[in-house]
Design a protein around this ligand. Sequence first.
Ligand code: ADE
Ligand code: ZN
Length: 325
Amino acid sequence: EPRPGAGARPPRAELHLHLEGTLEPELAFALAERNGVALPFADVAALRAAYDFGDLQSFLDLYYANMAVLRTADDFAELTRAYLRRAAAAGVRHAEIMFDPQAHLLRGVPLATVVDGITSVLVTSERDFGVSTLLIAAFLRDRPAGEALSVLDALLATGAPIAGVGLDSAEVGSAAPFGPVFARAAAAGLRRTAHAGEEGPPANVVEVLDVLGAERVDHGVRAMEDPALVARLARDRVPLTVCPLSNVRLQAVPSLAEHPLPRMVEAGLHVSVHSDDPAYFGGYVDDVDDALTATFGMGARERAALAAASFTGSFLPADRVREHL
Ligand code: ADE
Ligand code: ZN
């Protein structure tokens, strides 16, 4: 259904989106029933009530637990279709979708099941939903790098249609052990993004740039604590995919009004705004826009600038980017 103000929404790209984070409680219960999986919640309302997080880890615990309902290729296809339908309504015309292959492998779901289910929908996403898509395999920072390397090898060996790699999950330890994973991805022609500076310090942002060769940084909000890093990010036009509602829900920032987004824009950083895990954090990109407009009085010009940045920060080739500007 048309949403209020939808006509005024500029087309945009979603660059920071975890497919598993689009699992709405209603779909979680439907899949649980279909697959004979028990969720430790009485009903949809009880599950929704559990979406009250103190930090990143408390969210990740529920995020990984809920994945138990995703068993078959059809499940992954249904999840992907539901997301693209909702994204199209939000004004998304291009989506770079992350998924966590290790999270599924670790609970016994084969890589091919996950990849085939997702890609069966992505191949016709432009025709079916008006949304072009790229798929990004994200590796788990809180698991051994050797595990990531073998998953990357399996993806490459099977010719999985991934455009890039990412790094997500708990922002613990050094990202340096993932250097060889990202080097192999680069050698295979894959694009590279990495979460950093979400809960972790600015040094984590420097590390994913220098050690992983990340072309884009997911979150990066804590970069604002290091003026030299801000200057570098501005000079090099490094795209930062900022997720304001996520940062508030995970208490990385105390409130939306105190979010550094306006200061990041002011500092000349290449920022665009995204939804991260929309089912868990209170909204898709249209909801993010509405919240920013309500809190910061963002006008049409600022919304258009953020929308343009979502395309210029994408992994689309330059000619495809231009079509959207
Ligand atoms: N995986 C899913 N969402 C994430 C987030 N916000 N940070 C790190 N890992 C994630
Ligand atoms: Zn994320």
